[in-house]
Design a protein around this ligand. Sequence first.
Ligand SMILES: [Zn+2]
Length: 105
Amino acid sequence: MLSGRGNSAQTIWRMENVLKRPDAFAMSTRQIQKVLNKMAMRGENLVGIYHSHPTAPPVPSTEDIAYAHYTEAAYLIVSLSSPQPALGCYRIWGARAFPRPFRLE
Ligand SMILES: [Zn+2]
């Protein structure tokens, strides 16, 4: 997960994939709650959730959309399917994904 102020991500929180699978991910609600508390203690809020697609393009899958519960967060997907990694950024709500502009600094 990514936290920061406004729409700017400043801190990376590495999460455990409780599914232990390379082709799907899920986070435990306990770890999410713990990390959200730590973000609050730093004066930051959740700005993004990122994951990778080892073999697929950087577009949300049906599962990504179904399990995207944080409508205020940007969903970032890093695709490693080509030699040059590609990054996609979306807001997901109402069972739809909307591409969002982003900037890497
Ligand atoms: Zn995905």
